[in-house]
Design a binder for this molecule. Structure first.
Ligand SMILES: C[S@@+](CC[C@H](N)C(=O)[O-])C[C@H]1O[C@@H](n2cnc3c(N)ncnc32)[C@H](O)[C@@H]1O
Length: 470
């Protein structure tokens, strides 16, 4: 993977200003008619990776600005509790400002932190996590699971729109055409090169596609060729009558290079255009090695942990912290394909696992049967109080919810008598703090916290927290 080296420069990458989706009030125009130009001092970095300054006692978020910098900005959006501004220039740069390695940085929606020196990125994220867990009552030191800063991802979600193939821009509407991405493994970058010309030659530029790519993870096994799986979804954005045209679907599927495994071409309701082809691709063409003896069979549509190296350390941590033993029952909430369930069950405990994804649960059941492991998988909505499973007889649990967290489930766990030990795996510091506060009201104490550097160069965070009642 080529990276541009050279000395650091102190020039800001121009980040396009993107209006906050989260705090937007429906029907309200938050834009500023005549944007004011200001000079501001950046005081911190938000959990979304924007510089934070204060103006007239209101926080101002500025993408591309770094703590300690004096910057010129234009206020572009006014929200109830904050303003958002576009970075015009950096007047005095931070010594931590770095040359972004990727030419698409600032336009592509994937990375937010390439302009910040790598050790400092990790340090700031750890401090943000430390503040969250301290607010929830933990005053110990964080441990860290480290990751390489590049080439760490085994899967990617690309898009094709108006003839461009690449990643969604930060505004999520446009597509930024790319040649390669420094966060992806080499086989995924080679696949992008192969698909780029194939798609542009065969798919009309009036069609919008989502393209999911996944590479097998063969860390502990001697697989020499790592297959890459591809799944296309036609996106109609609510337009009627935009079913894929059989002619380009046939061309795309027949001309796909042999080293790639085509899982499907679907319409945006998930209906297959290639049912016979999907069968021949098979459910187990992709394998994600979890430990030396266990692997998941998966498809590009499944949730898998994007950074295998960090995931392997997380699995080891879950097993070490929960210390599963024969005779006990351990729950795996938000289990996906059984990333934690399989290694826990392999240690001898009975496992009860829960997830909303019916397809993933079906594949997880097959995999547990293949290894003859005692795992009960159940498909349920853990955000719905009526579907919360009984916690009776469960002494330990791991929960790994999506960004929204697990408020409903944590309220149930806080009231349960049997559950004594928990590992909470989180990808959102804000919902983690809220849920830890609920659990601490239920008598749980935080015993250890690990920051898992799962997503370098981006604002995303992953954390692991061990809680117990003793
Ligand atoms: C962060 S992933 C973790 C998956 C798994 N633990 C792993 O390590 O691969 C979150 C999982 O939560 C599941 N999920 C999302 N919303 C859910 C809900 N309301 N109820 C149950 N599961 C849900 C998703 O299907 C996904 O598998």
């Amino acid at each position: 993977m080529k990276r541009r080296g050279g000395p650091q420069i102190f020039k800001a990458t121009r980040h396009k200003h993107h209006r906050s989706q989260k705090n937007a009030e429906p029907g309200k125009d938050h834009s500023v008619a005549e944007p004011e130009t200001l000079q501001l001092l950046i005081e911190g970095l938000s959990e979304q990776g924007a510089g934070v300054a204060r103006h007239k006692d209101r926080p101002v978020f500025i993408a591309g600005a770094l703590p300690g910098e004096q910057v010129e900005v234009k206020i572009q959006g006014r929200f109830r509790r904050h303003d958002e501004a576009e970075l015009v220039s950096v007047i005095e740069a931070s010594p931590d400002r770095a040359q972004p390695s990727c030419e698409y940085f600032g336009r592509c929606g994937g990375c937010q932190l390439q302009h910040l020196a790598e050790p400092k990125q990790a340090k700031i994220k750890h401090e943000q996590l430390q503040r969250r867990v301290r607010a929830a009552g933990f005053d110990g030191e964080l441990e860290v699971i480290e990751s390489p800063f590049f080439a760490y991802r085994h899967r990617a979600r690309l898009a094709y729109s108006r003839g461009k193939f690449g990643f969604r821009a930060a505004n999520a509407k446009d597509v930024v055409a790319i040649e390669q991405c420094p966060l992806l493994s080499d086989p995924l970058n080679q696949t992008i090169q192969q698909l780029k010309s194939l798609i542009s030659e065969n798919v009309p530029d009036t069609v919008s596609l989502e393209c999911l790519l996944s590479e097998s993870v063969a860390t502990f096994s001697p697989i020499t060729e790592t297959p890459v799986g591809v799944l296309f979804r036609v996106q109609s954005f609510g337009k009627k009558g935009s079913r894929p045209d059989k002619r380009w679907v046939a061309r795309l599927s027949s001309e796909l290079p042999e080293n790639l495994c085509l899982f499907d071409i679907e319409d945006d309701a998930g209906k297959s255009e290639l049912s016979e082809y999907q069968e021949s691709a098979g459910d187990s063409a992709l394998q994600y090695q979890l430990t030396e003896n266990l692997a998941l069979a998966f498809t590009p549509a499944d949730f898998t942990q994007v950074n295998p190296l960090v995931n392997h350390a997380m699995i080891a941590t879950v097993c070490e912290w929960l210390n599963p033993e024969a005779g006990e029952t351990i729950a795996d909430f938000f289990c996906g394909l059984g990333n934690f369930s399989l290694p826990i069950a392999a240690k001898g405990a009975a496992v009860r696992s829960f997830d909303l994804g019916a397809d993933m649960i079906a594949r997880a059941v097959k995999q547990a049967d293949f290894y003859e492991l005692a795992i009960d998988y159940l498909c349920c909505d853990l955000f719905d109080a009526k579907q919360t499973p009984s916690l009776r007889g469960i002494s330990k649990a791991v929960l790994d919810p999506p960004r929204a967290g697990a408020k409903q489930l944590c309220e149930e766990i806080a009231q349960s008598r049997d559950l004594q030990k928990l590992v909470y795996v989180s990808c959102s510091p804000a919902s983690l703090q809220r849920d830890l506060e609920i659990l601490s009201r239920g008598g749980f104490k935080i015993k250890a916290v690990k920051a898992a550097d799962m997503f370098p160069q981006t604002h995303h965070q992953e954390a692991m927290v061990l809680l117990s009642r003793d």
